[in-house]
Design a protein around this ligand. Structure first.
Ligand SMILES: CC(C)(COP(=O)(O)OP(=O)(O)OC[C@H]1O[C@@H](n2cnc3c(N)ncnc32)[C@H](O)[C@@H]1OP(=O)(O)O)[C@@H](O)C(=O)NCCC(=O)NCCS
Length: 189
């Protein structure tokens, strides 16, 4: 990664970065393969982001080129009591279900197009996982996005279940990664 790039880890006063995050989100997700529209951005700003930063254990990493934001990653502690945990457990074998007890949801990773393929996402990913103390992490990835699936495989993630979630016409795979002394990642694929 270029030495001019700075990575910050933020776990307090996260709302302070709301405008930077929204600007970045719009730049990344208006393009392929997402092509989000005004309604998607509105939902992110008014609902998702506000709920997400209130999640327990929320941590954000931000990448900066001088004072311009060029990338971000964030996640939070997965709640075993949540409806999504109950739904997820239907897709997981016993080994993977055990992870949900102490698990980090790796919810977001994005880099602006002009800064890609220079190691920024890898640095954001590594710093975010370093800032957590969970035994495992889970993420959803667009099932059709093979380059991103390859990217996560390179960083130690495996597909745990295919097409576990659907948002409009988009299907998502579930990927998992061991973070500390847990059992090996169960390999479904
Ligand atoms: C996925 C994303 C975060 C990668 O960011 P990045 O800064 O380019 O990633 P890095 O430079 O750290 O890692 C690049 C490595 O990942 C793989 N990779 C990443 N994007 C790739 C692509 N479009 N095609 C092929 N390989 C890709 C390659 O192995 C690459 O290594 P290389 O450049 O040495 O070949 C970025 O493309 C992005 O923001 N995409 C849109 C948002 C998104 O899909 N996020 C993931 C949601 S789950």
């Amino acid at each position: 990664m270029p030495s001019s790039v700075r990575i910050d880890v933020v776990s307090e006063n996260v709302a302070h970065h709301t405008q930077d995050v929204i600007r970045l989100y719009r730049r990344v997700y208006s393009g392929a393969p997402y092509f989000y529209d005004a309604a998607d951005f509105d939902l992110f700003e008014t609902t998702y982001w506000r709920h997400q930063i209130a999640e327990p254990g929320f941590v954000l990493t931000l990448a900066w080129d001088n004072e311009a934001i060029i990338g971000m990653a964030y996640g939070w502690t997965f709640s075993v009591a949540s409806k999504s945990a109950r739904l997820l457990s239907l897709h997981l074998d016993n080994n993977a279900v055990a992870w949900l007890d102490n698990c980090f949801i790796f919810a977001e990773l994005s880099v602006v197009p002009s800064w890609r393929r220079r190691g920024v996402a890898t640095a954001l990913h590594d710093q975010l996982l370093k800032a957590t103390s969970h035994i495992s992490a889970l993420l959803y990835v667009l099932a059709s996005d093979q380059p991103v699936i390859r990217f996560y495989r390179k960083l130690g993630w495996s597909i745990l279940a295919k097409k576990v979630s659907q948002n409009s016409d988009r299907h998502y795979h579930l990927m998992g990664r061991r973070l500390s002394s847990a059992e090996d990642v169960p390999k479904r694929q």
